[in-house]
Design a protein around this ligand. Sequence first.
Ligand code: DQA
Length: 146
Amino acid sequence: MASKKVLVIHGPNLNMLGKREPEVYGTTGLDDINNGLIELGKKLGLNVDTFQSNHEGAIVDKIQEASQKHKGLIINPGAYSHTSIAILDALLILKVPVIEVHLSNIYKREPFRHKSMISGVATATLGGFGHSGYYMALEAIARMVK
Ligand code: DQA
């Protein structure tokens, strides 16, 4: 049987992981995280696609594509978490589990980070686990789509 496809979307500035505020976001780069997710996916019987963009519209386009192809979505919308009604609306189209991931615990940080536009539509939200949060999310999706 073909593996189920899961999409992982990383929002703005997450391409700078490893270099960007390592005291907040850790020293692991995005390629290492994505490769780790692809490898874990193989063990879980999931085919993991990854995507990063600094552009809101490109993220909306990708979410719309996921509604055709993917059985689950993991998304860290970065700063768009706090502002983007367009990403929220795109997520409302999806009929598959959506897990929102943040590397940092947004509730421990500046007040403007406390509100996520997408938490109310995500199946679940994870934050504060650093890059481990992505792997936890993938394991959770594997259970949800079995
Ligand atoms: C983030 C938290 C956001 O507030 C911030 O803008 C990011 C990363 C996180 O993973 O902790 O870019 O989503």
